[in-house]
Design a protein around this ligand. Structure first.
Ligand code: AMP
Length: 596
């Protein structure tokens, strides 16, 4: 097919905002494209060269594209820059320049396949001389293009094709063009896409063999499955009603969703919720997962959560996001932000797909599949049949530092619904919009050595409140945030006179800091909220027999309370009453929560 035909249809697609009309134009186009050109045509239309998860990119900077346009249109770079300033779009600029210039005589018309292959060569070129090669290919394409073709070439190159064709509209069109266009056909097309995340593969199969061709597209290790998504509910009674009175409840961890593909041999691949490959950013998971999975090939899913290695407590999820986009300094960040993967589902076990099993069976498979370690664990789970039991589990989840719970249907139909949001999974969160109103004055009773950038110095302090009944110091947080570099420098000198070899009797805690400190220094911290804690001992038994209180996401405010001695710090009784007042403040469920 000639590229000219394709861009004519591009023009019409770009001009309509209506989904039905767009579908009609797509059907018209797809019916004309020869079979073996469908795949490149579909990728090009979506502004891609390969399925998105492969991460194939042209790697052409704006300046390089502008230079190619100047050379091909025999204009100066200055006039290209001027045009660009006026139109804000290199596509329109090159279209205008070529229209004004001398008409091309005798140039070979471009075919779709030539354009596609040219782009692929650009994407595959790297290293020395690659810039020259890229510009040469671009100039050749532009030089053979009509003004209209050049417009779309330029937009594609810069990742700004803007045809407005959404995946779902394209799937509509595939069902109409290559099957009978019924609801069932449409569902089969979408299911194949959800399993493979590859529109090119789907078009190839459906065009050759219709619905039977689609059935051949299975789940494959190395190719991400579009993730199953959750609905939300404002209260646990509603959750249980929707799940017929019984449900599995899991901790809802606050981190980064990871789909891990573990082949029988070869490299582990990790994909984000948006199906970008993030293996390079989490080398410890890539290295550790083969040992954690008993029966590869496998695909498992979980939440990757930043963790404090000493306490096992979760850290704010922002820390793990810092690791996601990283290209450099990966090792340093790995040390600074250690993570744990909490697995909650299995998609392939022992090479067989488990997508069509109901959730309870998948969970059993997952439990058999996983060898738990510090790095990889199963998501905490229980089965509940009453609102009271659900609330109790929810409180435990919050106390463990989670943002809420995820309810999962136990019904026959609770298969893994790739790419779909439904009430098979329901999330229930408590929103932490009510940052703790009051600051807390804590006493330093211990210190931890830093990691990574804080190596060789103290990285965090163990803080306690004062129990004026028992005359003891009970710990309630480990604080590492809010210290600037200058303060970190001065910490060792400041603590030195108070350091102890052993825990003083006056300190009550389940934690073991690297250095104990005699209670003497007081500082001010703030945090998101107080939660029940298994390791901190402040006010133990006041709310629940075995649980103390902990400050979630503590942060040093920068104020040393030199004016206070240790027994002038916040007391245990004050902490308990802060906890109680906060319960009254936080509404259950939050209808104002924004949609995902
Ligand atoms: P949200 O991002 O608020 O829509 O919540 C859904 C997300 O919660 C999922 O995509 C996962 O990343 C995350 N999550 C945390 N814990 C679980 C769990 N136990 N089961 C399923 N998803 C979980």
């Amino acid at each position: 097919m000639w590229f000219a035909e394709l861009v004519q249809q591009y023009e019409r697609l770009a001009a309509t905002p209506k989904r039905l009309e767009m579908r009609g134009l797509l059907v018209e186009l797809l019916s004309k494209v020869p079979r073996d050109e469908l795949r490149p045509t579909v990728y090009l239309m979506m502004g891609e060269l390969r399925p998105e998860f492969e991460g194939v990119e042209l790697g052409v900077a704006d300046s390089l594209a502008a230079k190619a346009v100047a050379l091909a249109s025999r204009s100066t770079e200055k006039s290209v820059a001027e045009g660009l300033r006026k139109t804000g779009d290199l596509g329109t600029t090159v279209e205008e320049l070529l229209t004004r210039g001398e008409p091309r005589l005798g140039a070979d018309p471009l075919s779709v396949v030539e354009v596609y292959n040219g782009f692929l060569r650009i994407a595959n070129s790297s290293g020395e001389g690659s810039q020259d090669l890229k510009i040469r290919i671009l100039v050749e394409l532009f030089a053979r293009a009509s003004p209209l073709e050049a417009k779309y070439l330029a937009r594609f190159v810069l990742g700004k094709l803007r045809l407005g064709v959404r995946e779902m509209t394209l799937l509509d069109a595939l069902a109409v063009t290559f099957a009978d266009g019924t609801k069932e056909a449409r569902a089969a097309v979408e299911a194949a896409y959800n399993r493979s995340s590859d529109l090119g593969l789907v078009v190839d199969h459906v065009a050759r063999r219709g619905l039977e061709g689609l059935a051949e597209i299975g789940v494959e290790v190395g190719r991400p499955v579009r993730p199953m998504l959750a609905e939300r509910s404002p209260d646990l009674a509603d959750v249980l009603t929707r799940m017929d009175g019984r449900a599995a409840l899991e901790y809802k961890y606050d981190g980064l969703r990871v789909q891990a593909h573990i082949p029988a041999s070869g490299r582990v691949k990790l994909f984000s919720r948006r199906l970008e490959e993030i293996s390079a950013q989490f080398p410890e998971l890539v290295a550790g997962l083969p040992g954690a999975i008993r029966n590869p090939p496998a695909i498992v899913e979980g939440e990757c959560v930043p963790i404090d290695p000493e306490t096992g407590e979760f850290r704010p999820f922002q820390e793990v996001s810092r690791r996601r986009g990283r290209k450099y300094d990966i090792q340093r960040l790995q040390e600074e932000v250690p993570v744990r993967l909490l697995l909650f589902d299995v998609l392939v076990a022992g090479g067989a797909t488990t997508l069509d099993l109901p959730f309870p069976q998948r969970r059993t498979k997952l439990e058999k599949l996983v060898r738990e370690s510090e790095l990889v664990r199963l998501a905490e789970q229980t089965t509940v049949g009453s609102v009271t039991a659900a609330e109790r589990f929810f409180e435990t989840a919050i106390a463990a530092g989670c943002e809420g719970v995820m309810a999962k249907s136990l019904a026959e139909g609770s298969t893994y619904r790739a790419g779909a949001r439904g009430f098979w999974w329901i999330k229930y969160k408590r929103e932490y919009t009510h940052a703790l109103a009051d600051s807390i004055d804590g006493v330093v009773v211990g210190a931890f050595f830093g990691h990574g950038r804080r190596g060789g110095r103290y990285g965090a302090l163990l803080l306690a409140v004062y129990n004026d009944q028992s005359d003891r110091f009970e710990t309630f947080c480990k604080v590492g945030s809010g210290f600037d570099d200058a303060t970190l420098e001065t910490l060792p000198g400041m603590l030195k006179p108070h350091e102890l070899r052993e825990k003083p009797d006056s300190v009550v805690t389940d934690l073991a800091p690297d250095v104990w400190v005699r209670p003497s220094i007081v500082l001010e911290v703030r945090g998101a909220e107080l939660t029940l804690s298994p390791t901190h001992r402040a006010g133990v038994g006041a709310i629940r027999p075995d649980a103390g209180l902990a400050l979630r996401f503590p942060r040093f405010t920068g104020r040393w309370r030199d004016d206070k001695g240790p027994t002038d710090a916040t007391t245990t009784a004050e902490l308990v009453s802060l906890y109680r007042s906060q319960i009254r403040q936080i509404p259950k469920g939050n209808p104002a929560e924004s949609p995902p």
